[in-house]
Design a protein around this ligand. Structure first.
Ligand code: AMP
Ligand code: SF4
Length: 455
């Protein structure tokens, strides 16, 4: 999970990129970076932490030029270090080049081993660097063909932005795992992981970059090239469940509407009598609104979330039970005491968050807790850039729903069905990746790694 944003042909490109990254901050808080070009030279600023901590006014004045790309990182491949922060830049025969990548390559290790044997020297442990080496080695003539050549060798999820001295190029993998869309701001083009970043700079959403498409911005124009004829789609459905901001359009549809439908569908599948519906904020808020609307049970604020936790906090020596959850959430006793409640969360990964939150609710005097999850059980790992861990750490891969219910300590527990999830999107099942729920991986290497099925 990362976010990428680029601006072509605007005298304030770096400032706009900064604002775009600000709006994409939810997609990654580990590091961020911007690289701009004035046509001859690159200007770069990368740092660890959040966008607001990394860039100051002087940095944004230093980042000159009318083209820029930026990245916010959530590490899924490669270690946590400034060396792995993006955009990642190199010099090659074609001049300056940098890449910003959202997604994860499934055959990066194999390709990297091969490239290293052939003499390539890698600067980072990030899988994105493999793409730079492949395209630098390509014998094709122009940069768009070199990129296409490199991309036909990689497997996995990638939404990409490249910046060259005078161009910006965007590309999306043939399955379309991760979103990427184009917007327009007067004579400038903007590219973003999500449309919420267009709103902040008043850009207009034009369209998504198609799976298997390269879009090049050069000489004031936008040019499209198809590099794959693959017809099978595998849009990550988790974007609708958790990752994307509800005010974004993803895969051409409103995340808010779909997320609300997930809650409605969940109520249809598992309604229960209760005094109120609460959400685990903020990610489950919209699903909880949908659940409440469908079940006609009033929605209440049951947890207050502290939004101001820094990257480091100091835990007192005296042990505080559930400290990690308590610093983030506090239950509203007045809403909850003596009540029968429905608690909506978007997903259970390891089960640790739910267990702690439920304990806090009981401590606040709740009478009955009915836990409802607006996604199916996560049973398999994700190889496409999402931090869902090894199978051994996924609670639903190792316990039945009844065992999870007991572990979390709730009266009842229901997950949304896979069919209900797809139905709530209004899209076709074949167009989605559902691998973390059904073990069906669209490509060979993850299938092999997870003993999965083809789809
Ligand atoms: P866990 O405690 O591991 O069960 O985590 C579940 C919580 O993490 C849920 O409340 C989700 O909102 C959130 N979550 C789900 N997927 C992810 C992810 N890939 N990265 C970070 N948080 C996630
Ligand atoms: Fe998304 Fe799950 Fe597929 Fe990963 S495995 S891309 S999280 S649907």
């Amino acid at each position: 999970m990362c976010g990428i944003f680029g601006v072509y042909n605007n005298s304030e490109s770096a400032k706009l990129t900064y604002l775009g990254l600000y709006a994409l901050q939810h997609r990654g808080q580990e590091s961020a970076g911007i690289i701009s070009s004035n046509g001859k030279k690159f200007f770069s600023k990368l740092g660890m932490g959040q966008v607001s901590e990394i860039f100051n006014k002087d940095d944004l004045n230093y980042l000159r030029g009318s083209n820029s790309i930026g990245h916010v990182r959530y590490s899924t491949a490669g270690s946590t270090s400034l060396l792995n922060a993006q955009p990642l830049s190199i010099k090659f025969v074609g001049g300056n080049l940098a890449i910003a990548h959202n997604g994860n390559l499934c055959n990066a290790k194999k390709l990297r081993d091969k490239l290293e044997k052939e003499g390539s020297i890698f600067q980072t442990s990030s899988d994105s660097e493999v793409i730079l080496h492949l395209l630098a080695k390509s014998k094709k003539k122009n940069i768009e063909e070199k990129i296409a050549d490199a991309l036909t060798k990689v497997e996995g999820a990638y939404s990409l932005l490249f910046i060259l001295d005078k161009k910006i190029i965007a590309a999306r993998d043939p399955y379309g795992f991760r979103p990427l869309c184009i917007g327009k701001l007067k004579k400038s083009y903007v590219v973003s992981s999500e449309t919420c970043a267009f709103d902040i700079i008043s850009a207009e959403y034009i369209r998504d970059i198609e799976p298997g498409e390269i879009v090049s911005f050069h000489n004031g124009k936008m040019r499209s090239i198809k590099f794959s004829q693959n017809k099978k789609r595998a849009y990550c459905i988790f974007e609708y469940i958790y990752f994307a901001r509800p005010d974004s359009k993803v895969y051409g549809k409103s995340v808010y509407s779909i997320r609300k439908n997930l809650g409605k569908q969940l109520a249809k599948e598992s309604d229960v009598g209760a005094d109120c519906v609460i959400s685990v904020p903020d990610s489950a808020n919209v699903a909880a609104v949908g659940y409440a609307e469908q079940s006609k049970i009033p929605f209440q604020i049951g947890f207050i979330r502290n939004h101001y936790i820094g990257r480091t906090f100091i835990e007192p020596k005296q042990e505080i039970r559930d400290f990690g959850a308590k610093i983030k959430y506090n239950p509203v006793t007045e809403t909850l005491k003596g009540k029968k409640i429905v608690v909506i969360d978007d997903s259970i990964v390891r089960g640790t968050t739910s267990r702690k939150l439920i304990r806090m609710l009981k401590h606040a005097g709740v009478k009955e807790i009915h836990h409802r999850i607006s996604s199916p059980p996560i049973k398999c790992p994700c190889f496409y850039g999402i931090d869902t861990p090894r199978k051994s750490e996924l609670i639903a891969a190792n316990k039945s729903v009844e065992e999870i219910r007991k572990y979390i300590g709730v009266n009842t527990l229901h997950y949304l069905s896979i069919d209900g999830l797809v139905k709530a999107t209004g899209m076709k099942k074949e167009d989605f990746c559902l691998a973390c729920f059904n073990n069906c991986y669209p490509e060979k290497s993850p299938r092999k790694a997870s003993n999965g099925k083809s789809c």
